[in-house]
Design a binder for this molecule. Structure first.
Ligand code: S3P
Length: 434
């Protein structure tokens, strides 16, 4: 377990982002189901995406790398085989576990999916229950709530499912299973979550349509893969954006970043807080609401005095991975920020409401939680101290950014977890310090 110590500093320069993690998972999964060979450039090699990559190699998909470009030889919808050991270990990666369950629901073989201690504590019934309704046989601890899970797929029936939580992982698992069902499967979400699965399936020729908060897929069509280049990860960008907004004299540019409209809410929230942040699409067509591929472009940001805002429950799904770092931003904003209805943070790699509140209280911030709301009064002078990652990458990276504005040094314990999404985070951070 390694620790790191950071000092207050400003950020300047151009940020090289890691490839988008969500798009990388989908690129591996969906290309494996296509009937042809595709090339994927800039695929994420973070630990979570490597878990997905290894899983599909185990299912018999040939995947090779040459000069930062991956070739995936799609096996077609029915070409996967049982993993030789029968068991697939997915480490810390919730996206791998939930999306792969969707694919396995349609296979004729059984598989056992296991996970590390943190992922084995995260809720799976939100996925195993709808997949069971479709006809998959899934067993696991507490009736399929916790990994390890054993899944026997087979002939699936389509469902019309009203999801109780807005979750791209749940929606994607059902859509992937829906590819195997005879007929049309529909998922309706309570609020819009990231839509990378829908976009990629459409571009690979699936029969998929989106109407408001409902997505429908008609099964048994074949997928034709297309070459892809994964854009930079906007969730990774959010750490540097907040670092720039809160530390005086900072100014950064972030190039080639994904600007999918279901992922840009953090930019809009920062702007609403008074941040000098702006973004430009690489191509004007990408700003069009009917643009159906993954938009990308450039973001610039400068230090700005932030002001408090209220984040409402229906905004939570589109900000889910950026909330820990937005909490750090709120400690430096004038007034009271209230983040309402953020209960989904409690079932991430750690309980992110508790992890962020306890760390920031230790630093002297005025922050508390009331059930699933978080109330922060700022701006406060933060003190350098020792804080915990709780084994959670986004808590670790958020606390390193908080350390840019503390008086005295900040030590973050157990930082190896950043490898799950952004192995180069600390290197990137130190390159931006001036
Ligand atoms: C993800 C969806 C989100 C997000 C996670 C990645 C995805 O999870 O927090 O980091 O790639 O689908 P939920 O669907 O559980 O909200």
């Amino acid at each position: 377990m390694s620790n790191i110590t950071v000092e207050s500093n400003r950020l300047q320069g151009t940020v090289i982002l890691p490839p988008d993690k969500s798009i990388s998972h989908r690129a591996i999964i969906i290309s494996s189901l296509g009937q042809n060979k595709v090339q994927i450039r800039n695929l994420s090699l973070c630990e979570d995406c490597l878990s997905t990559l290894e899983a599909f190699k185990n299912f018999g998909v040939t995947i090779s790398e040459d000069n930062n470009s991956f070739t995936i030889e799609g096996k077609g919808m029915d070409g996967l085989r049982k993993a030789p050991k029968g068991e697939i270990y997915l480490g810390n990666s919730g996206t791998s576990m939930r999306l792969i369950l969707g694919v396995l629901a349609g296979q004729k073989f059984s598989s056992r999916l296991s996970a590390d201690a943190s992922l084995s504590r995260r809720p799976m019934k939100r996925v195993t229950q709808p997949l069971s309704l479709m006809g998959a046989k899934i067993t696991g601890k507490q009736g399929g709530e916790f990994a390890p899970l054993t899944i026997q797929g087979g002939k699936l029936s389509p469902i019309n499912y009203k999801a109780p939580v807005a979750s791209a992982q749940v929606k994607s698992a059902i859509l992937l299973a829906g590819l195997y069902a005879e007929g049309t499967t529909t998922v309706q979400e309570p609020a819009k979550s990231r839509d990378h699965t829908e976009r990629m399936l459409k571009n690979f020729g699936a029969d998929i349509s989106v109407r408001g908060l409902s997505v429908s897929v008609t099964g048994r069509a074949s997928l034709v893969g297309r070459d892809l280049e994964v854009p930079g990860d906007i969730s990774a960008a959010s750490f540097f954006l907040v670092g720039t907004c809160i530390s005086k004299g900072s100014e950064i540019t972030i190039e080639s970043v994904g600007l999918n409209p279901t992922r840009t809410a953090c930019l809009k929230v920062l702007k609403q807080m008074g941040a000098a942040v702006s973004w430009e699409y690489q191509d004007a067509r990408m700003a069009d609401k009917d643009y159906d591929d993954e938009a990308r472009g450039e973001i610039t940001a400068k230090y700005s005095q932030l002001k408090a805002i209220t984040i409402k429950p229906d905004q939570i799904p589109s900000l889910i991975d950026e909330l820990p770092i937005l909490i750090v931003a709120a400690t430096q904003a004038e007034g009271q920020t209230k983040i309402c209805g953020a209960g989904e943070l409690r079932v991430k790699e750690t309980d992110r409401i508790s992890s962020m509140v306890s760390n920031l209280v230790k630093m002297g911030a005025d922050i508390r939680s009331e059930e699933n709301d978080i109330i922060i009064r700022g701006p406060s002078k933060l003190l350098g101290t020792t804080v915990e990652s709780f084994g959670d990458h986004r808590t670790a990276m958020s606390m390193a950014i908080a350390g840019l504005v503390t008086s005295g040094r900040t030590t973050i314990k157990d930082i190896d977890c950043v490898n799950t999404s952004f192995p180069e985070f600390f290197e990137t951070l130190s390159r931006l310090k001036s």
